[in-house]
Design a protein around this ligand. Structure first.
Ligand code: CMP
Length: 225
């Protein structure tokens, strides 16, 4: 990963949702503590077990948060994109990194050092609330995933994942994110071959339709099969 520049404009910081409510004075102070970094596709920004130093905010590009790289059985916990952040857990509880984070596209990141982040948290309740909101959302997503793994078959898990990552576009639920079958397999805990078969069945049965590079969910309330 390369540090492209050490200065970050307050305009860039203001466009980041977690800093959106910061007064100009705090943004100016923060700008002096943030480093801009670029990562090429495939770069590991952190590995599970590493000591913690910084929080990262994604300006552009996407990254996967994953576990299990050492034994070759990769599990994708989440895919993170522009406006989102990662690396906050270790800063909050002073523990080593809980997961590995790898760029799946060229990424532009902002790195906030541990000391600066803790100082900001101390001085800004809105920031502390924004971080807590994201942690709660991640806990909810993790609960849903545990429920899916325990209670749904692969059809149900794939259908639920597609629904979870879909967005409302003109009244339709559309998956615009590029996800390979391998990504989906690693997100639902199944083999790529199984996911290929399930996706084919779900499409044939009319659960979704492929339109160009997007997947349109036809009737997400109807359970698959
Ligand atoms: P940290 O433990 O410091 O380093 C790894 C980061 O991955 C972690 O902080 C979070 O930011 C992120 N992370 C870990 N688990 C999840 C998850 N289930 N969903 C989204 N992000 C996660």
């Amino acid at each position: 990963m390369s540090a492209a520049s050490t200065s970050v404009s307050t305009t860039v910081l203001k466009s980041v949702p977690m800093f959106g409510t910061f007064p100009d004075e705090q943004l100016r102070a923060l700008a002096t503590m943030v480093t801009r970094r670029n990562a090429t596709r495939g770069t590991a920004i952190m590995h599970a077990g590493d000591p913690t130093d910084s929080l990262y905010i994604v300006v552009s590009g996407r990254l996967k948060v994953m576990m299990g790289e050492a034994d070759g059985k990769e599990v994708i916990l989440s895919i993170i994109g522009p406006g989102e952040f990662f690396g906050e857990m270790g800063l909050i509880d002073d523990s080593p990194r809980s997961a590995t984070v790898i760029a799946i596209e060229p990424c532009e990141l902002l790195a906030v050092h541990k000391r600066a982040f803790k100082k900001c948290l101390n001085e800004n309740l809105a920031l502390a609330m924004a971080v807590m909101r994201v942690l709660v959302q991640r806990l909810r997503a993790a609960d849903r995933k545990i429920g899916s793994l325990a209670m749904l078959d692969v059809y149900g898990r794939v259908a639920r994942l597609l629904l979870d990552v879909s967005e409302n576009v003109n009244g339709e639920k559309v998956v615009t994110r590029r996800l390979t079958k391998q990504d989906i397999a690693r997100m639902v805990g199944a083999s790529r071959e199984m996911v290929s078969r399930v996706m084919k069945d779900l499409e044939t049965s009319g659960y979704f339709e492929v339109r160009g590079s997007t997947i349109v969910l036809r009737d997400p309330t109807r359970p698959p099969r």
